[in-house]
Design a protein. Structure first.
Length: 458
């Protein structure tokens, strides 16, 4: 594995190489003014067709949530960063290492086909999305273009952010938190409106659901936030609890006077219950949004979209499948006239990756930021202008790949556990990924990357 000192690129070497389209790893070329051109060493590993994945490593940053960050390495010194869902586990990506070793990282669709069966609904299968991010970072570096160029045309230079605000039982504390975010320049807000915030008030909550009196108290919290940000500023709400369809309709109707941008995830398992969401949507003027726990267009979103069951969709930055899959979901939603909001509670790697993606989306609304209370959040990375979020927007980078590098010194200060991208030989074999074929040997794959029907999981 190349040392970190060799993971850089020489533009001069690229221009002088006989294979200029490829980005070359740093080589100590024996260049002198007297040396004839033909005697200079040639980098034999410069062809993209010969690029191979050699390793995957990870570390976990302890922040508002854990940030499990992965790094995919190659035989030419090019590497790419990805990120497992915030509060997830790095093993959801590392367990797929054996399935991508030796593959050409530029074959992004082929690799993703190979590991698609590992993905699933909910947040805990997001290794697929993390690998998607890292592969795009590598490809952008190799081709010398920003990730957005790999995805499509750039429709905007900066991306609107919506800022999450943690909840409080005290309206004044809620106001202070929102006011602080407003001072930071945010222009779009979301409030965590847990039903339990009013549970201590007599008669407000029964069996975990707000009564009519309780809904009045929840509306008081919304009104307190509106007093700070005004009525023309977009405000969304989330985290009501697992409601029934009928209770969700009660909540949504109670919120109508406060002109929410959306009410989020009223009922669970959106990929199974599009009928419930459609019933809620048709019963209220409060816009309805869902999708952060759903994976894949066909698997998680298509029924919602085909049946116009929601007003907006909300794919998660990695749990929904990463860059390619979210773009597929967005494009399908756009045909149905349904805009896309991106769920992103993670690190600056995820924030910048979603800026690249959002720059190419025609029906994009905004992308989440969930770390406004973390003063060192943006210090985790270098390579992009600071502040990363300015006047409520993230500027889309034009550097190759994602355009960010980890700030090793800062990351090491905030590791959840010892070890900064330590070797992971325990994940090198297929056995480590949890799959054996029916004879106890290596899995067998068809051309689409699916293992045989007789393979079992243990």
């Amino acid at each position: 594995m190349p040392s970190r000192s060799h993971r850089h690129f020489s533009r001069r070497a690229v221009l002088k190489s006989a294979v200029a389209p490829a980005l070359l790893p740093l080589m100590k070329l024996a260049e002198t003014s007297a040396a004839p051109q033909e005697t200079r060493p040639v980098n034999r590993n410069s062809a993209p067709s010969q690029l191979k994945i050699t390793d995957m490593r990870a570390c976990t940053v302890a922040a508002n949530y854990d940030y499990p960050i992965i790094r995919i390495d190659t035989n030419q010194g090019v590497y790419g960063y990805g990120e497992v869902f915030a509060a997830g586990v790095k093993g959801s990506a590392l367990s797929l290492k054996a399935h991508i070793l030796g593959r050409n990282p530029l074959d992004i669709p082929g690799i993703l086909r190979r590991i698609r069966n590992s993905a699933g609904q909910n947040f805990w299968h997001s290794g697929y999305g993390a690998i998607d991010l890292a592969l795009h970072d590598i490809a952008g570096k190799v081709y010398g273009v920003p990730v957005w160029r790999l995805l499509g045309s750039k429709l905007r230079d900066r991306v609107l952010i919506y800022c999450d605000t943690t909840g409080s039982e005290d309206p004044k504390i809620f106001q202070k938190r929102v006011a602080r975010r407003k001072e930071l320049g945010f222009r779009f807000f979301k409030m965590d409106l847990y039903t339990r915030l009013v549970a201590k008030r007599p008669g407000a909550v029964e069996r975990g659901v707000a009564t009519e009196k309780g809904l009045g108290y929840l509306c008081e919290l919304i009104a307190a936030v509106r007093d700070v940000i005004g009525w023309d500023t977009p405000l969304a709400a989330d985290h009501f609890g697992n409601l029934t369809v009928n209770d969700a309709i009660r909540y949504a109707r109670a919120f109508e006077p406060y002109k929410l941008a959306w009410a989020e995830d009223f009922i669970p398992q959106c990929w199974l219950n599009w009928r419930g969401f459609k019933e809620i949507k048709e019963a209220t003027t409060t816009p309805i949004l869902t999708g952060e726990q759903a994976f894949g267009l066909e698997e998680g979103f298509q029924a919602l979209l085909d049946n116009h069951a929601v007003d907006l969709i909300h794919p998660d930055y990695v749990a929904s499948g990463g860059l390619i899959e979210i773009k597929r979901i967005h494009d399908y939603a756009a045909v149905h006239g349904i805009p896309t909001v991106i769920h992103m509670p993670g690190s600056p790697i995820g924030q910048i990756a979603m800026a690249h993606l959002a720059a190419t989306l025609s029906h994009f609304v905004c992308c989440e930021h969930h770390a406004a209370d973390m003063p060192w959040w943006q210090d985790l990375v270098t390579g992009v202008s600071k502040p990363i979020i300015e006047d409520g927007y993230v500027r889309v980078p034009d550097a190759p790949g994602l355009g960010v590098e980890l700030n090793e010194e800062v990351v090491r200060k905030h590791l959840r556990e010892p070890g900064y991208f330590e070797p992971t030989p325990m994940y090198d074999s297929y056995v480590a990924s949890g799959y054996l074929d029916h004879r106890g040997g290596w899995p067998h794959y068809d051309d689409d990357g699916n293992w045989c029907d007789d393979c079992i999981s243990y």
